[in-house]
Design a protein around this ligand. Structure first.
Ligand code: FDA
Length: 309
């Protein structure tokens, strides 16, 4: 109920204005967002890499409504990749891109615009010695995102995909994607989705996650286990041994600011661990999805607003 309400608020412009200007909101923002500038994003990357962690960076922004905004997002990624390259950090850092931020929602031509734009980012990433992963947004975009991924992979075979275990279709998508060289990030899914397309209970989502993980771990691709869930992390480790996968032939991924001790513990045990680092001033939608995931985060938010406001 609370999750649904917060996810609905994540689409509200009025609440966005209120939260973005509220004194005290910066406390919770800095817990989940590396900063607003490229410099801060690079600094966070440097810090995480020095802790033995890998990174994927997300320039925050979604639901781009015009071409100029999409172009600005592309420019932001190019600036980021140049800065990461200049700082010698691209060995351990890639970028994650939301296709809605680079034009996917711009009407009939949206898919073509998003593909052209993400190609520019993928080329810059390749020039800097790294790659891109396409984030997955709400279910109305899944087919389009996977189609763009297919096109992108012709020139950039390392481009990664994200799939969401809460969608009923995802086990079948995993079968399609679990082939040689294919990087697939499996997450639970963070949007408000109808029962017709998505499992609703935590139990069903977890069961689906395990089924999808089995498909990925037994396939020829490179599974990226994106979860903070202790049970799923343990299950991934067991499945990797069962399928005789060496450490490094898959990786764990977690969000910036969530279970940082667990991130370091896994890395210290020899696992590859990548942290998803969002940065930029368009943090509202991202923050609301994080609050929806965990009531304790909401309490932390309320406390920071009350004590500073
Ligand atoms: P869940 O939120 O159910 O938490 C499970 C358990 O993890 C909790 O019960 C607790 O034990 C532990 N836990 C969680 N948060 C904790 C905290 N703050 N402190 C301590 N313990 C905590 N979604 C999407 O729709 N599209 C996308 O492209 C992506 N991309 C993405 C990339 C990466 C790298 C990650 C990690 C996640 C995403 N997501 C995403 C978000 C994802 O779908 C999901 O909403 C969150 O990861 C939360 O799901 P969990 O698997 O962590 O489980």
């Amino acid at each position: 109920m609370l999750r649904r309400s917060l996810l609905m608020l994540s689409r509200s412009d009025n609440v966005k204005r209120l939260v973005s200007t509220m004194p005290g909101s910066s406390g919770i923002v800095s817990r989940f967002v590396a900063g607003e500038s490229v410099l801060e994003a690079v600094e966070a990357t440097r810090q995480l890499e020095s802790d033995g962690l890998l990174v994927t960076l997300d320039h925050l922004g979604e639901d781009t409504l015009d071409q100029a905004q999409a172009d600005m997002t592309v420019a932001a990624y190019l600036e980021l990749l140049t800065a990461l390259d200049g700082a010698g950090l691209t060995g351990g850092a890639e970028v994650s891109v939301k296709l809605s931020a680079v034009g996917q929602a711009l009407g009939a031509a949206g898919e073509r615009i998003a593909l052209d734009n993400v190609r520019i980012i993928a080329q810059a990433a390749a020039d800097a010695g790294t790659t891109v992963t396409l984030d997955m947004e709400d279910h109305t975009t899944t087919d389009s995102t996977l189609a763009i991924l297919g096109d992108l992979r012709r020139d950039f075979p390392c481009a990664g995909a994200v799939v969401q275990a809460y969608l009923r279709r995802t086990e079948a998508d995993c079968r399609e994607l679990a082939n040689e060289g294919s990087r697939v990030r499996l997450c639970k899914g963070a949007y408000k989705e109808p029962e017709s397309v998505a499992f609703q209970s935590k139990h069903e989502v977890n069961e689906s996650y395990v089924r999808c993980l089995r498909v990925l771990m037994s396939g020829g691709g490179y599974p990226m286990v994106a979860s903070h869930d202790p049970l799923l992390i343990a299950t991934a480790g067991e499945m990797a041994s069962e399928h005789e996968r060496q450490q490094g032939s898959y990786e764990y991924q977690m969000l910036f600011g969530v279970r940082p001790d667990e991130q370091k513990r896994l890395a210290a045990s020899g696992e590859k661990v990548r942290v998803y680092v969002p940065y930029g001033d368009q943090w509202y939608g991202y923050l609301m999805r994080r609050l929806a995931e965990r009531p304790a985060n909401l309490a932390f938010f309320a406390r920071s607003v009350l004590t500073r406001g």
